[in-house]
Design a protein around this ligand. Structure first.
Ligand SMILES: Cc1cc2nc3c(=O)[nH]c(=O)nc-3n(C[C@H](O)[C@H](O)[C@H](O)COP(=O)(O)O)c2cc1C
Length: 255
């Protein structure tokens, strides 16, 4: 079977899901392509299964992912699985919106999956997950993924109910959040530990970070609050509201 797996991932959780499913299907002999929307991939003409997902930001997947789907996915009669990753199950069903858009384009939605993964945005009563919590989450998610992969292999998934309620409201929330995110971005700054390596400049999915003439790091007004810059800085030099974040790196927990 020809499979395309497309994701948006700020800090690696949604990419992990894409790769996990992808590798298992490759082992099964399927032809699999895995890509991030950051590379603006093309969906194969003859794709038989599209798997697509990203993180939950306040009840929906990022507006960037929704917009990418609306603009870049052509109408097609193929099977599709949508997924989201979130730090908890509250507000986690934003994946309905993505499903609805793809269903309108002709895709048969076979599953709407939500995976609880480590938190990448912590404050107040939502602290960073402990090592044990992270390990448990990844183990549980792997079990959930194995069940899904098994169903894909056995072709035992059936059509999802598309009578989703509240998609309009969730889309409005995603738009509102994308505006709020710009303000979150305005609270980011690089401190004296910055070694000017340029990784954040290169990695930012919004091209929101640049070097000034004097090589200081400048954050513009296009932030989507994905947290990639904070968690991937090799010197943990990027602060939010002048406070340092304890970094999260999924690679520390997987082989
Ligand atoms: C700005 C922002 C808002 C978030 N909002 C929620 C939320 O409403 N509910 C939730 O469960 N997780 C929320 N999260 C956590 C992420 O959805 C979760 O950590 C996700 O797995 C990150 O995926 P990624 O590593 O692929 O970017 C939020 C994360 C960020 C950065």
């Amino acid at each position: 079977m020809k499979v395309n797996i497309i994701h948006f991932s700020g800090t690696g959780n949604s990419e992990y899901i894409a790769k996990y499913i992808g590798e298992k299907l490759k082992d099964n002999g399927d032809k699999v392509k895995i890509e991030s929307i950051d590379k603006n991939p093309k969906i194969d003409e003859d794709v038989e299964l599209l798997i697509i997902g990203g993180p939950i930001y306040a009840s929906n997947v990022p507006e960037k992912l929704i917009r990418w789907v609306l603009r870049n996915v052509e109408n097609k009669n193929a099977n599709c699985i949508v997924y989201s990753t979130s730090a908890g199950l509250i507000n986690a069903h934003g994946v309905d919106s993505l499903a609805k858009k793809l269903n309108k384009k002709g895709y048969n939605i076979l599953a709407k999956e939500t995976y609880v993964m480590p938190r990448n945005f912590y404050f107040g009563k939502y602290p960073k997950n402990t090592k044990k919590e992270v390990e448990d989450m990844i183990n549980n998610t792997n079990k959930q993924l194995d069940i899904l992969v098994d169903k894909i292999k056995k072709e035992s998934l059936s059509l999802e109910n598309m009578e989703n309620k509240g998609v309009l409201g969730k889309d409005l929330l995603a738009e509102t959040f994308s505006i709020m995110a710009k303000f979150i971005g305005k609270n980011l700054s690089a401190d004296e530990n910055c070694i000017k390596c340029g990784l954040c400049v290169k990695n930012c999915p919004q091209n929101n970070i640049r070097f000034e003439k004097d090589k200081t790091i400048k954050f513009d007004n296009k932030c989507m609050a994905c947290m990639k810059c904070i968690h991937s800085c090799p010197k943990n030099a990027i602060n939010y509201k002048n406070k340092k974040y304890e970094q999260y790196n999924i690679n520390e927990y997987i082989e």
